[in-house]
Design a protein around this ligand. Sequence first.
Ligand SMILES: NC(=O)C1=CN([C@@H]2O[C@H](COP(=O)(O)OP(=O)(O)OC[C@H]3O[C@@H](n4cnc5c(N)ncnc54)[C@H](OP(=O)(O)O)[C@@H]3O)[C@@H](O)[C@H]2O)C=CC1
Ligand SMILES: Nc1nc(=O)c2c([nH]1)NC[C@@H]1CN(c3ccc(C(=O)N[C@@H](CCC(=O)O)C(=O)O)cc3)C=[N+]21
Length: 291
Amino acid sequence: MGTRIDGKKVAARTKADLAKRVELLKARGIQPGLGTILVGSDPGSVKYVAGKHADCAEIGVNSIKRELPENATFDQVADAVRQLNADPACTGYIVQLPLPRGIDENAIIDLIDPKKDADGMHPYNLGELVLHARGDIATPLPCTPRGVIELLRAYDIDLDGKEVCVLGRGITIGRTIGLLLTRKAVNATVTLCHTGTKDVREHMRRADVIVAAMGVAGFVKPEDIKEGSILVDVGVSRVFDEESGRYKVKGDVDKACYEKALAYTPNPGGVGPMTRAMLLQNVVEMAERQL
Ligand SMILES: NC(=O)C1=CN([C@@H]2O[C@H](COP(=O)(O)OP(=O)(O)OC[C@H]3O[C@@H](n4cnc5c(N)ncnc54)[C@H](OP(=O)(O)O)[C@@H]3O)[C@@H](O)[C@H]2O)C=CC1
Ligand SMILES: Nc1nc(=O)c2c([nH]1)NC[C@@H]1CN(c3ccc(C(=O)N[C@@H](CCC(=O)O)C(=O)O)cc3)C=[N+]21
């Protein structure tokens, strides 16, 4: 049985450290504040946003909530973005995705002040990430990819020279994590797979590390992986559980793989809590840049 990588534990440690940094900021007259813009009432999104505010309260960061109805227009969402750009109490914020159909998400993300982009997904910040393969980087990093890397680092898993197979080319993780994994400080070699990949299972079998970020429950099977591989399970599906009669969160990795793995992140309890912790870390770092 491989090592279970406990995301909750590492996230709690990260938050305890951030709480101290928030104290220092306050002592120097800076109060960090996280803004959220939620459009509509998708139950998943409502839950994520509530979780983010609870995290803020835990470490002493102020919350600024903006809620718009499902039928909000592009201009209304754009106005909410402009208000948070101008609000000095808001040091960083996110627009919860997905936005209702008909609102161009990329056009909204474009309007976010890159200095307040807590998700690290503004084109300017993504561009900075592309341009800086070496040295320090002073712009906010995308939360989920950063969470994955911090989580592996917390368990002393060295990615230098490792073959990483990423499954999925979504914006929140698949398409950007390679930019972090291939930075000189991490030094991994990355293959990015998607529905156009010819033999995705062949790529998985070759990999030292698999980052599964598709949202296809149980996609990665024991016969697809190498003995001693490291499994990072990011994808989230809600699957009906016959036994309990309730919907349960399921990851992209079949639990039967754990036996063969050197280490694995459970789902839930792995990457999710780290994603949230990295959002807070971005907000604290953005506030620290004001010092
Ligand atoms: N735990 C956490 O903290 C987080 C979890 N997530 C979860 O991670 C998952 C990915 O999110 P996101 O980055 O937004 O990606 P998207 O959901 O936008 O995209 C999914 C990707 O998976 C690919 N894919 C789907 N089925 C297959 C298949 N059978 N074979 C190969 N590739 C496939 C798609 O390929 P194609 O492009 O060809 O259609 C697509 O690129 C989601 O389930 C999301 O909920 C996201 C962020 C944080
Ligand atoms: N712009 C943007 N940024 C995101 O970061 C983003 C997004 N859009 N769209 C949707 C996905 C999904 N996502 C999760 C975050 C935390 C948990 C999380 O904390 N999960 C807990 C359990 C939660 C439960 O049980 O329901 C865990 O894994 O232990 C899960 C999923 C962020 N996403």
